[in-house]
Design a protein around this ligand. Structure first.
Ligand code: CO
Length: 674
């Protein structure tokens, strides 16, 4: 139990004086700049918005700050036009005292699959070179053979190896045969034997109940020597209580976020914990006023730029569903988005029902990146594409890899039937492996070096490409000026935010009236076009030849006119006169690359079953293919789906390129009879 210091005087609420040093101060890692914005703002935090508080944060006395890893590496180069390596170097200039921590996905590094050993080794080395000191290392299956390559490099570089246990449950109160107290003690001992400098229990879905935390931390403190660190998300609403019970049980380090980055699917805030422990034997010693100053800067100068990313569809701050079906918040929003893109949001209840079943069949895996995406996406695939007669009709490439053993060993064996079906025709073989996964992976670095050539100026560039070949290459072209940085990647300023707010205020007050600057005729067809989620109204005039765009403006600015189903009306996307008449479509979504006219090629089309990005075509025009052979691989929700030829024949047309975005039902290729 914690002891209270009776000497603390707070008559004038002066927290800085008369505060004796605690006997065993709780260590705190701040994770606002990684997990905080990853959990609340889709990892969109920009380096420039971390700088205003960096020096002040450095003075608080954190055990560490988490600034890198997890989804940051992917998101930065893909959506922010930022070099992830540069963030480390930049922040290092401001954090002179506090060590940097990152979330390393074991052999998955910062990606979604196991990379070859040569890539993993170079990645860890370059990460240390760029200023990283603490590697929080986890494996989604808690299969520590996936640590065997990175840990020796972490140690050789003189960095701190924090071994992680992903926390999950099969039954409440740590019950059941799989994820019980014995399991966690066994895992902690494995980590200790690997030389862990500290051990983190990673409760990514906020499932850990306060009294379970007490039991778990007490047991770990009893059985292993390394420092015990708790990472417990707020999602279900328990984590502040869980933190306190863990502190009472003697936990050494706790993860929290600064208030503006806290709660919801993120973590409980630091400041209430500081006040809770004030004057006790576990007092953090942190200056509450200094924390309040940081919060004010974040609230005024930073948060306005991000609040539009906050999920404000719900009033509740917590999600008790996670306790019922273990779907973490981040995964839930992914599932909802995925269903929405497929116009199937009504199937969400079916997804909830199917999810525990898929999880069990795939080896009762913990749900954390990448297994949360693998299980979640496969569940959606099952709900959307399965028939009464056949389950697992569309198996993602990653599920096949999991069934093969490429992610490691699952806690319980994968369902034999599912495994057999998934591995039918699997290129590496139909018999699953049981060795350390990376043992079957060929070295990847030299191949990547040859492919990327002089576009990679250094090893950091090379690694970016090796980890993310499609988006990484795109980013490198932007970085070195070979391609323009799209406006959508550029930061918004506080000025932009003010202008937007003023516009919204005007609109709400009914003062925003714009007269349509065009005359509609009987030939005018009006479309609502969505650009980046914003609706624009576009009028198209039929004048015998090609359609002529007569006007374009924000939707809602003029009274809506029903589309004219005029004869010969053409779809906006395909202006080719040869295109057949289409029924008037109210909302052609023009966000993805426009599909080329597909109708001039006769044959059987292969359509995108879901919106996504083309990863690669396995075949080229003119190739003869058998029925069932993979023609194209598309990525949707980070999972790869191989699309087979529906019939035998010859590839007559290919309509997209690697890296192109495609909408549902876009024709990706056409197979004509041989
Ligand atoms: Co987390």
């Amino acid at each position: 139990m914690m002891k209270e210091h009776t000497r603390v005087k707070m008559t004038q609420m002066n927290y800085d004086t008369a505060r004796p040093a605690a006997e065993n101060p709780l260590k705190v890692e701040d994770i606002s700049l990684r997990d905080g914005h990853q959990s609340l703002f889709a990892t969109r935090g920009r380096t420039e918005d971390m700088i205003p508080v960096a020096e002040r944060m450095d003075e608080i006395g954190f055990w560490a700050v988490e600034v890198w890893g997890g989804a940051t590496f992917d998101t930065m180069h893909r959506f922010l036009g930022e070099d992830p390596w540069q963030r480390l170097r930049t922040l290092k200039r401001y954090f002179k005292n506090t060590p940097f921590s990152m979330l390393l996905r074991g052999q998955n590094l910062v990606g979604y699959r196991n990379y070859a050993d040569d890539v993993a080794k170079l990645f860890v080395k370059k990460t240390v070179d760029n200023g990283l000191e603490i590697f929080r290392t986890f494996d989604a299956l808690n299969d520590y053979r996936n640590f065997e390559t990175v840990v020796p490099v972490i140690k050789e570089c003189g960095a701190h190896f924090q071994g992680c246990i992903c926390y999950t449950l099969t039954e409440p109160r740590l019950g059941g045969e799989v994820y019980n107290l014995d399991y966690y003690i066994k895992k902690a001992k494995e980590l200790e034997d690997m030389g862990a400098d500290s051990i983190c229990v990673k409760d990514m879905a906020g499932l850990m109940a306060p009294y379970d935390a007490f039991a778990l931390v007490s047991a770990l403190k009893e059985h292993v020597k390394p420092l015990i660190h708790l990472h417990s998300h707020f999602t279900s609403g328990m984590s502040a209580m869980t933190h306190l019970k863990a502190v009472e049980a003697g936990v050494d380090i706790i993860d929290t976020c600064l208030t503006p980055y806290a709660y919801r699917t993120s973590h409980a805030a630091l400041e209430p914990l500081v006040m809770t422990l004030l004057g006790t034997s576990r007092d953090t010693g942190f200056d509450i006023k200094a924390l309040a100053d940081i919060n004010e800067i974040l609230e005024k100068e930073v948060m306005p730029k991000y609040k539009h990313l906050l999920d404000d569809t719900k009033v509740s701050l917590i999600d008790i569903n996670v306790l019922l079906h273990q779907t973490p918040g981040g995964m839930l929003s992914n599932l909802v988005n995925q269903l929405r893109e497929m116009d199937s949001l009504d199937k969400i209840d079916q997804v909830y029902k199917e999810l525990p079943r898929v999880r069990k069949e795939l080896g009762q895996v913990p749900l954390v990146t990448p297994t949360s995406q693998i299980v979640g996406t496969q569940t959606v695939n099952n709900v959307l594409f399965d028939t009464k007669e056949e389950r697992y009709k569309m198996v993602s490439g990653q599920v096949k890899d999991l069934c093969y053993g490429l992610y490691g060993k699952t806690s319980v064996p994968i369902d034999k039937e599912v495994q057999k079906k998934a591995l039918k025709g699997y290129p590496r073989g139909e018999e699953p492996i049981s060795c350390r996964p990376a043992q079957v992976l060929e070295p990847e670095l030299e191949k990547a070096r040859a492919e990327i050539g002089d576009l990679a100026a250094d090893d950091e560039d090379l690694l970016l490409y090796a980890l993310f070949p499609v988006t990484g290459k795109k980013y490198l072209k932007q970085k070195y000026g070979r391609e323009q940085v799209p406006d959508s990647l550029k930061p918004i300023t506080l000025e932009d935010v003010k202008k937007q707010d003023a516009l919204i205020k005007k609109a709400k007050a009914g003062e925003l009236v714009e007269k349509p600057a065009f005359e509609k005729t009987e030939n005018t067809r009006v479309f609502t076009v969505f650009v980046e989620g914003e609706a624009f109204e576009v009028g198209v005039e039929e004048q015998g030849g090609s359609p002529v765009i007569t006007h374009a403006g924000p939707a809602g600015a003029s009274p809506s006119v029903p589309p004219q189903p005029a004869s010969g009306a053409r779809e906006l996307k395909s202006a080719s006169p040869a295109a057949p008449a289409q029924p008037a479509d109210l909302s052609p979504d023009v966000k993805p690359a426009p599909a080329p006219a597909a109708a001039d090629t006769k044959g059987t089309p292969i359509k995108a079953p879901m919106p996504g990005m083309v990863i690669k075509y396995e075949k080229k025009v003119g190739d003869t293919v058998d029925e069932g052979e993979t023609i194209v691989v598309i990525e949707a929700m980070k999972m790869e789906n191989a699309l087979p030829a529906p019939v035998a024949g010859v590839v007559a047309a290919i309509h997209f390129d690697t890296g192109d975005s495609v909408a549902k039902d876009d024709v990706l290729a056409v197979i004509s009879p041989a």
